[in-house]
Design a protein around this ligand. Sequence first.
Ligand code: FAD
Length: 140
Amino acid sequence: MIYISRAVPGLGYQDLRDIMSKSEVNNSHVGLTGLLCFGNGLFLQILEGSRLAISQTYHRILQDPRHHSAEIIVFEPVLHREFVQWSMKLVQIDENSPEKMRRLYWKYSGEVDFAPQTMTPAQCLQFMLEIDPARSLAKV
Ligand code: FAD
């Protein structure tokens, strides 16, 4: 599953750390893997695992007051996982993005800033593959 949502105003680094530490523990218990991108006040998350584990986790995430206006981009069966290294990994997209990140926004969304709301499911996946620290730390 890939979805986007909007952070509440004032969401800070400690909130992101809290979300991540909870996600890593919970997700590893139910066999979920994925990536959580945050930037420009937006979350973009991919969750991989059993349909039941994803559904239950997503319903819990929806109740979280730290974000709102969630939109499912895609929820479909896949042949294999792409983010096997991470029970959840945060990639924080800095407002002062380096040029290479800007090129990725441009490449996948046609925008100069992080704008996952304009991306198709395939674009979201490719974008997250490119920023996955396990694959591309040296590139970005
Ligand atoms: P507890 O941590 O005990 O929380 C109980 C309730 O309090 C929950 O409703 C929780 O949302 C709320 N809560 C907890 N801390 C805070 C806080 N600091 N401020 C406001 N409310 C709070 N969880 C996962 O397990 N896996 C994920 O992949 C995942 N991704 C997330 C992505 C986003 C964008 C966000 C915003 C949250 C995500 N979470 C994820 C967190 C999730 O929303 C729940 O907070 C968490 O799963 C609840 O864990 P818990 O059942 O152990 O309850």
